[in-house]
Design a protein around this ligand. Structure first.
Ligand code: ADP
Ligand code: MG
Length: 254
Protein backbone atom coordinates (compact mmCIF):
# COMPACT_ATOMS: atom_id res chain seq x y z
CA UNK A 1 0.00 0.00 0.00
CA UNK A 2 1.32 3.45 -0.90
CA UNK A 3 1.66 6.07 1.81
CA UNK A 4 0.29 8.77 -0.49
CA UNK A 5 -1.91 7.84 -3.43
CA UNK A 6 -2.93 10.64 -5.78
CA UNK A 7 -5.25 9.34 -8.49
CA UNK A 8 -6.63 11.30 -11.42
CA UNK A 9 -6.94 14.69 -9.72
CA UNK A 10 -7.86 17.87 -11.57
CA UNK A 11 -7.74 21.48 -10.35
CA UNK A 12 -9.11 24.42 -12.34
CA UNK A 13 -9.08 28.19 -11.79
CA UNK A 14 -11.86 29.61 -13.91
CA UNK A 15 -11.03 28.44 -17.42
CA UNK A 16 -7.44 27.54 -16.57
CA UNK A 17 -6.73 23.87 -15.94
CA UNK A 18 -3.86 23.92 -13.44
CA UNK A 19 -3.90 20.11 -13.08
CA UNK A 20 -5.50 17.61 -15.44
CA UNK A 21 -5.83 13.96 -14.44
CA UNK A 22 -2.63 13.79 -12.38
CA UNK A 23 -1.75 10.48 -10.72
CA UNK A 24 1.25 9.32 -8.69
CA UNK A 25 1.91 7.15 -5.66
CA UNK A 26 4.58 7.74 -3.01
CA UNK A 27 5.82 4.73 -1.04
CA UNK A 28 6.72 4.84 2.67
CA UNK A 29 10.32 5.96 3.20
CA UNK A 30 10.75 7.36 -0.29
CA UNK A 31 12.17 10.71 -1.30
CA UNK A 32 9.93 11.61 -4.25
CA UNK A 33 10.51 14.75 -6.35
CA UNK A 34 8.14 16.69 -8.59
CA UNK A 35 9.88 18.68 -11.32
CA UNK A 36 8.64 20.84 -14.18
CA UNK A 37 8.85 24.32 -15.69
CA UNK A 38 7.32 27.37 -13.96
CA UNK A 39 3.53 27.24 -13.95
CA UNK A 40 3.50 23.46 -14.49
CA UNK A 41 1.21 22.95 -11.48
CA UNK A 42 3.76 21.73 -8.93
CA UNK A 43 2.71 23.96 -6.03
CA UNK A 44 -0.92 23.34 -6.96
CA UNK A 45 -0.37 19.64 -6.19
CA UNK A 46 0.82 20.59 -2.69
CA UNK A 47 -2.12 22.94 -2.21
CA UNK A 48 -4.52 20.20 -3.34
CA UNK A 49 -3.03 17.71 -0.86
CA UNK A 50 -3.11 20.35 1.93
CA UNK A 51 -6.80 20.97 1.09
CA UNK A 52 -6.13 24.65 0.36
CA UNK A 53 -7.27 24.34 -3.27
CA UNK A 54 -10.50 22.55 -4.17
CA UNK A 55 -10.04 19.42 -6.25
CA UNK A 56 -12.38 18.51 -9.08
CA UNK A 57 -12.45 14.77 -9.51
CA UNK A 58 -10.04 12.04 -8.56
CA UNK A 59 -8.90 10.99 -5.11
CA UNK A 60 -6.07 11.64 -2.67
CA UNK A 61 -5.46 9.01 -0.01
CA UNK A 62 -2.87 9.17 2.77
CA UNK A 63 -2.24 6.02 4.84
CA UNK A 64 -5.57 4.80 3.56
CA UNK A 65 -7.50 7.91 4.66
CA UNK A 66 -9.48 9.92 2.17
CA UNK A 67 -7.83 13.37 2.38
CA UNK A 68 -10.53 15.02 0.32
CA UNK A 69 -12.95 14.64 3.23
CA UNK A 70 -10.59 16.48 5.63
CA UNK A 71 -10.18 20.18 6.43
CA UNK A 72 -6.72 21.80 6.18
CA UNK A 73 -5.91 21.55 9.94
CA UNK A 74 -6.99 17.90 9.92
CA UNK A 75 -4.48 17.21 7.14
CA UNK A 76 -1.66 18.32 9.49
CA UNK A 77 -3.13 16.21 12.29
CA UNK A 78 -3.21 13.20 9.97
CA UNK A 79 0.60 13.40 9.72
CA UNK A 80 1.43 15.69 6.77
CA UNK A 81 3.57 18.81 7.27
CA UNK A 82 4.85 21.19 4.62
CA UNK A 83 6.96 24.22 3.83
CA UNK A 84 5.94 26.95 1.41
CA UNK A 85 7.61 28.27 -1.76
CA UNK A 86 7.79 31.66 -0.01
CA UNK A 87 8.99 31.17 3.55
CA UNK A 88 6.20 31.70 6.10
CA UNK A 89 7.55 32.26 9.61
CA UNK A 90 6.83 34.65 12.46
CA UNK A 91 9.47 37.31 11.75
CA UNK A 92 9.45 38.98 15.16
CA UNK A 93 9.67 35.73 17.11
CA UNK A 94 12.71 33.60 17.89
CA UNK A 95 13.65 30.33 16.25
CA UNK A 96 12.58 28.49 19.42
CA UNK A 97 9.16 30.18 19.47
CA UNK A 98 8.57 29.39 15.80
CA UNK A 99 9.39 25.73 16.39
CA UNK A 100 7.04 25.50 19.38
CA UNK A 101 4.25 26.80 17.13
CA UNK A 102 5.12 23.96 14.74
CA UNK A 103 4.62 21.43 17.54
CA UNK A 104 1.26 22.87 18.47
CA UNK A 105 0.01 22.74 14.88
CA UNK A 106 -0.54 19.03 15.31
CA UNK A 107 -1.61 18.70 18.90
CA UNK A 108 -5.30 18.79 19.79
CA UNK A 109 -6.04 21.81 21.98
CA UNK A 110 -8.19 22.26 25.05
CA UNK A 111 -8.33 25.99 25.73
CA UNK A 112 -9.91 25.66 29.18
CA UNK A 113 -7.21 23.22 30.29
CA UNK A 114 -4.59 25.61 28.86
CA UNK A 115 -6.08 28.55 30.77
CA UNK A 116 -5.71 26.71 34.08
CA UNK A 117 -2.38 25.18 32.99
CA UNK A 118 -3.58 21.73 34.06
CA UNK A 119 -1.14 18.79 34.37
CA UNK A 120 -2.21 17.50 30.95
CA UNK A 121 -1.18 20.84 29.44
CA UNK A 122 2.15 20.80 31.26
CA UNK A 123 2.79 17.32 29.89
CA UNK A 124 1.99 18.45 26.33
CA UNK A 125 4.27 21.45 26.78
CA UNK A 126 7.12 19.22 27.96
CA UNK A 127 6.66 16.84 25.03
CA UNK A 128 6.73 19.81 22.64
CA UNK A 129 9.93 21.17 24.20
CA UNK A 130 11.62 17.78 23.97
CA UNK A 131 10.65 17.48 20.31
CA UNK A 132 12.04 20.95 19.58
CA UNK A 133 15.38 20.05 21.21
CA UNK A 134 15.56 16.85 19.14
CA UNK A 135 14.98 18.76 15.91
CA UNK A 136 17.43 21.56 16.86
CA UNK A 137 20.08 18.87 17.42
CA UNK A 138 19.25 16.95 14.25
CA UNK A 139 19.52 20.03 12.02
CA UNK A 140 22.51 21.43 13.93
CA UNK A 141 20.63 24.60 14.86
CA UNK A 142 21.11 24.85 18.63
CA UNK A 143 23.22 28.03 18.25
CA UNK A 144 20.29 29.77 16.51
CA UNK A 145 17.59 29.03 19.10
CA UNK A 146 17.39 32.55 20.56
CA UNK A 147 17.77 34.46 17.28
CA UNK A 148 14.91 36.48 15.84
CA UNK A 149 13.81 35.24 12.41
CA UNK A 150 14.11 38.80 11.05
CA UNK A 151 17.85 38.79 11.88
CA UNK A 152 18.63 35.52 10.09
CA UNK A 153 20.03 35.17 6.56
CA UNK A 154 17.81 33.48 3.96
CA UNK A 155 19.47 30.04 4.09
CA UNK A 156 19.06 29.82 7.86
CA UNK A 157 15.39 30.81 7.58
CA UNK A 158 14.79 27.99 5.14
CA UNK A 159 16.25 25.58 7.67
CA UNK A 160 13.99 26.98 10.39
CA UNK A 161 10.97 26.41 8.17
CA UNK A 162 12.10 22.84 7.58
CA UNK A 163 12.63 22.39 11.34
CA UNK A 164 9.21 23.82 12.13
CA UNK A 165 7.53 21.38 9.75
CA UNK A 166 9.37 18.50 11.46
CA UNK A 167 8.17 19.63 14.90
CA UNK A 168 4.66 18.63 13.82
CA UNK A 169 6.03 15.04 13.76
CA UNK A 170 4.87 14.31 10.22
CA UNK A 171 4.95 10.91 8.54
CA UNK A 172 4.99 12.78 5.21
CA UNK A 173 7.00 15.98 4.76
CA UNK A 174 6.20 18.15 1.73
CA UNK A 175 8.87 20.68 0.73
CA UNK A 176 8.19 23.32 -1.93
CA UNK A 177 11.56 24.16 -3.52
CA UNK A 178 13.83 23.50 -0.51
CA UNK A 179 16.92 24.65 -2.46
CA UNK A 180 15.56 27.85 -4.00
CA UNK A 181 17.62 30.86 -2.92
CA UNK A 182 20.32 28.67 -1.39
CA UNK A 183 23.95 28.88 -2.54
CA UNK A 184 25.66 25.73 -3.90
CA UNK A 185 27.19 24.87 -0.53
CA UNK A 186 23.85 25.28 1.30
CA UNK A 187 22.16 23.17 -1.39
CA UNK A 188 24.60 20.33 -0.74
CA UNK A 189 23.93 20.67 3.01
CA UNK A 190 20.20 20.47 2.25
CA UNK A 191 20.64 17.14 0.47
CA UNK A 192 22.35 15.77 3.59
CA UNK A 193 19.58 17.11 5.84
CA UNK A 194 16.93 15.42 3.70
CA UNK A 195 18.68 12.07 3.90
CA UNK A 196 19.26 12.48 7.66
CA UNK A 197 15.59 13.32 8.19
CA UNK A 198 14.54 10.17 6.38
CA UNK A 199 17.11 7.99 8.15
CA UNK A 200 16.68 9.39 11.69
CA UNK A 201 12.97 10.15 11.76
CA UNK A 202 11.69 7.67 9.17
CA UNK A 203 9.83 10.47 7.40
CA UNK A 204 8.68 10.10 3.79
CA UNK A 205 9.56 13.18 1.70
CA UNK A 206 7.66 14.68 -1.23
CA UNK A 207 9.40 17.72 -2.70
CA UNK A 208 9.04 20.16 -5.54
CA UNK A 209 12.50 21.13 -6.75
CA UNK A 210 14.18 22.88 -9.67
CA UNK A 211 17.74 22.09 -8.70
CA UNK A 212 18.48 18.85 -10.55
CA UNK A 213 21.69 18.46 -8.53
CA UNK A 214 19.65 18.15 -5.34
CA UNK A 215 17.07 15.92 -7.05
CA UNK A 216 19.82 13.68 -8.44
CA UNK A 217 21.50 13.34 -5.06
CA UNK A 218 18.37 12.59 -3.06
CA UNK A 219 15.29 11.47 -5.00
CA UNK A 220 14.39 7.80 -5.41
CA UNK A 221 11.78 8.65 -8.01
CA UNK A 222 10.68 11.70 -9.97
CA UNK A 223 7.44 12.93 -11.52
CA UNK A 224 7.80 15.42 -14.38
CA UNK A 225 4.93 17.80 -14.95
CA UNK A 226 4.17 20.40 -17.65
CA UNK A 227 0.98 22.39 -18.24
CA UNK A 228 -0.78 20.51 -15.46
CA UNK A 229 -0.15 17.11 -17.02
CA UNK A 230 2.21 14.25 -16.14
CA UNK A 231 4.97 13.90 -18.74
CA UNK A 232 6.97 11.08 -17.19
CA UNK A 233 7.59 9.17 -13.96
CA UNK A 234 10.51 7.00 -12.90
CA UNK A 235 14.08 7.15 -11.70
CA UNK A 236 15.97 10.45 -12.08
CA UNK A 237 17.90 9.05 -15.06
CA UNK A 238 14.75 7.73 -16.77
CA UNK A 239 12.90 11.02 -16.41
CA UNK A 240 15.88 13.12 -17.52
CA UNK A 241 16.27 10.95 -20.64
CA UNK A 242 12.59 11.24 -21.59
CA UNK A 243 12.20 13.21 -24.85
CA UNK A 244 8.91 14.80 -23.66
CA UNK A 245 10.67 16.14 -20.54
CA UNK A 246 13.56 17.50 -22.57
CA UNK A 247 11.18 19.28 -24.94
CA UNK A 248 9.26 20.83 -22.02
CA UNK A 249 12.46 22.23 -20.54
CA UNK A 250 13.74 23.55 -23.88
CA UNK A 251 10.42 25.32 -24.34
CA UNK A 252 10.87 26.88 -20.89
CA UNK A 253 14.35 28.15 -21.78
CA UNK A 254 13.23 29.96 -24.95
P1 ADP B 1 4.40 25.80 -10.32
O1 ADP B 1 4.46 25.63 -8.85
O2 ADP B 1 4.63 24.52 -11.08
O3 ADP B 1 5.32 26.87 -10.83
P2 ADP B 1 1.65 26.52 -9.82
O4 ADP B 1 1.11 25.26 -9.31
O5 ADP B 1 1.93 27.60 -8.83
O6 ADP B 1 2.93 26.25 -10.73
O7 ADP B 1 0.63 27.13 -10.88
C1 ADP B 1 0.06 26.36 -11.94
C2 ADP B 1 -0.90 27.21 -12.72
O8 ADP B 1 -2.04 27.49 -11.92
C3 ADP B 1 -0.31 28.56 -13.14
O9 ADP B 1 -0.84 28.88 -14.41
C4 ADP B 1 -0.83 29.48 -12.07
O10 ADP B 1 -0.94 30.80 -12.56
C5 ADP B 1 -2.19 28.89 -11.76
N1 ADP B 1 -2.59 29.14 -10.37
C6 ADP B 1 -2.00 28.65 -9.26
N2 ADP B 1 -2.62 29.06 -8.14
C7 ADP B 1 -3.65 29.87 -8.56
C8 ADP B 1 -4.69 30.59 -7.89
N3 ADP B 1 -4.79 30.58 -6.56
N4 ADP B 1 -5.55 31.30 -8.66
C9 ADP B 1 -5.45 31.30 -9.99
N5 ADP B 1 -4.52 30.63 -10.69
C10 ADP B 1 -3.62 29.91 -9.99
MG1 MG C 1 5.56 26.59 -7.40
Amino acid sequence: MSTLAVDGISVAFGGLKALADVSFHVEAGEIFAIIGPNGAGKSTIFNAISRIYPVQGGSIRFQDRDLLTLRPHQVVQSGIARTFQNIELFEKATVLQNLLVGCHARLPRNLLAEFFFLPSVRKTELTARRKVEEILDLLDMQHLRGELIADLPYGARKNVELARALCAEPRLLMLDEPASGLNPEETIDMSFWLKDIRAELGVTILMVEHDMGLVGRTADRVLALANGMVLAQGSVAEVQADPKVQTAYLGDAE
